[in-house]
Every structure is written in C-alpha cells, then in structure tokens.
Design a protein around this ligand. Sequence first.
Ligand SMILES: [Fe+2]
Ligand SMILES: [Fe+2]
Length: 160
Amino acid sequence: MTDDLALSAALEREHVEIDAGLEQLGTSLATGTVAAAPFAAAAAALRRHIYLEEEFLFPPLRTGRMVASVAVMFREHGDIWHALDEVEAQIVGGAAPERVRGALDVLLELLGEHNLKEERIVYPVIDRVMAGQSAHEMRGHLAGMRPYAGWTCQALRTPA
Ligand SMILES: [Fe+2]
Ligand SMILES: [Fe+2]
C-alpha cells in the first residue's frame, strides 16, 4: 500500500479483492467443489468493508446533496448482507454446487451494481471531504478497525 493512495483508491481495491475471493468460490463450484476458505475470507472482508463504510466513512456524508445517495448505499448493504448470509447458509448446509452458484450469482449482481455506484458517486466525495487530512493516517487508523461480534449493517438492525 503506497503512502499517497487516496482513500477512494484503497476502498476500490477492497472491492476488487473481495470480488476475487468470491470468484474463487465460483470457479470451484464449476468443478463440483466448494472453495470454502477463500469464500470465508472474502465474506469477512466484505462485512468489515461495510462496517467501515457505515461506522466511519459514510456518516460525514449524510448531509446536503449526498443524503439520498448514502441512504441508498445503507439500504443496499442490507440486501448484500442478506445475500451473503444466504451463500453461507447454502455452503454450511452442504447444498449442491448449482444451488450455491445461484445464491452466489445473486450476491455478485447486487455487489456489482452497488460497488459501481459507490465508486462513481460516493467515494469521490469521501476524498473531497477528507481533503486536508492525511489519507495515509486515515488508512492507518481504519486498518485496526474490526466489527465487534454480532455487528450487523444498519438496515438489518431492529429498532430499539
Ligand atoms: Fe458499500
Ligand atoms: Fe464499498
């Protein structure tokens, strides 16, 4: 990770890495096996990515003209979280590869559309809001952040 990497670039790289882990599962399914370990790593990375966006990166953008876009991102995180849980449930339940493939396709489609919107609309604003702060320091700060056990995205929380 180079020191001058913008936060948006670091986040986009996470999208690519998570996609690659999920694709490994897809490739394994085509041969009738289930690459559970790469999937588990990608699932953990995806949940952490959503956690960082919801708890640290997106809240400062929930004002002005970004309100609606950020609300859509939070809602889509709920759909993605559900789809991810479903793939996991299929694997844990020992479902046939074609059933896992079906669940994975739902997840990949949601993620593809969501990531594109973030990269085009939301992430550039993060970089602007961050202007003046060191992206390097911010990335260092976020590197140690992990969701606590039981953390779920906002859209799936039951109101108190
Ligand atoms: Fe997101
Ligand atoms: Fe993202």
